[in-house]
Design a binder for this molecule. Structure first.
Ligand code: BDR
Ligand code: CA
Length: 302
């Protein structure tokens, strides 16, 4: 199994992604680090504990991190993710107290203890904690195996601004730091996550199982149907990070040099392909949506 830490702001689709990881034998989940994003840090942290409790995973530590972006004000997305961040879906209370409150330092310590290149970070929220890790613990950050992060829109329109996607727009400075850090980094943008879509039939099939993680995922995606408008299906953004880590063949990646808009207009956080930029990152631009949905279903139910 691959050793991973999930950095996340749960969040409805974060919750589905975390359950998917916990249900996949390919991952040894060493911890969950939390960041403010979809909702404030106290709630994202509590939610991480609640999701772990559903799977009886008191052994997985939750460490809280950034309470807001590196240098700007956070967003409020309670309309989409609900006042509790999980669309009102029932979860048990956390089994264990929070294990720490300095996620970047905790990650650095874990990286230093493990062999170089053996820890992957699956990043589902604003990149604030990872940017702090890179800035404050550079030698430890060099020991990361790979970072796979949901964020951005390359050719697609954005979801928080005309060209800006939420995770990058929430902390564009953090994204710029992480993209430039020379990490083994894969970005999973809206260009692919919008092609991995759950229908009502899919959520009904999940809910029809007697498997807690699958039932909860069906309920979470249904809550997402209720809070967003339009269409017969809903995109599964954050689970795509886990699906990429599980089976890269489902995706097609391109090395791209990416500039981040760090201005203060509605395009803050927008991405532009810019060949003048230093290092290329790997960006997923294609996906087998049906294959991804099938793999997710098998793992959640299994
Ligand atoms: C991203 O923003 C958040 O609201 C979701 O959890 C996902 O990480 C999609 O743009
Ligand atoms: Ca998220």
């Amino acid at each position: 199994a691959r050793t991973v830490v999930i950095d996340t702001d749960p969040g409805i689709d974060d919750a589905v992604a975390i359950l998917l990881a916990l249900k996949s034998a390919e991952f040894d989940v060493r911890g969950i680090t939390t960041v403010a994003g979809n909702i404030g840090i106290a709630t994202t942290t509590r939610n991480a504990g609640r999701i772990l409790a559903l799977e009886n995973r008191a052994d997985v530590p939750v460490v809280s991190g950034a309470a807001g972006p590196l240098s700007r004000k956070g967003f409020d997305t309670t309309e989409i993710h609900g006042n509790d961040g999980l669309g009102g879906v029932a979860f048990p209370e956390p089994l264990a107290p929070v294990a720490g409150n300095d996620a970047p330092a905790w990650l650095a310590k874990l990286l230093d203890e493990l062999p170089t290149g053996s820890l992957d970070i699956l990043a589902l929220g604003p990149l604030t904690n990872i940017a702090r890790l890179v800035q404050d613990h550079p030698a430890s950050a060099k020991r990361i195996g790979r970072v796979i992060a949901m964020g951005g829109a390359v050719h697609e329109p954005g979801n928080i601004g005309p060209r800006a996607e939420f995770n990058i727009a929430a902390d564009p400075e953090a994204a710029e730091i992480v993209f430039a850090a020379g990490l083994n980094f894969t970005l999973i943008p809206l260009d692919v996550t919008r092609k991995v879509r759950a229908t009502r039939d899919y959520t009904a099939a999940l809910q029809a199982t007697s498997v807690p993680a699958a039932k909860a995922s069906g309920e979470l995606i249904d809550a997402y149907f209720q809070s967003t408008t339009g269409g017969e299906s809903r995109p599964l953004h954050d689970p795509c990070v886990m699906l990429f880590a599980l089976d890269k063949k489902l995706f097609g990646c391109e090395p791209l040099k990416i500039a981040v808009d760090t201005g203060t207009t509605r395009d803050a956080g927008a991405l532009t392909i810019d060949d003048e930029k230093g290092a290329a990152i790997s960006v997923a631009m294609k996906v087998d949506g049906e294959g991804a949905l099938k793999l997710q279903f098998e793992r959640l139910v299994g």
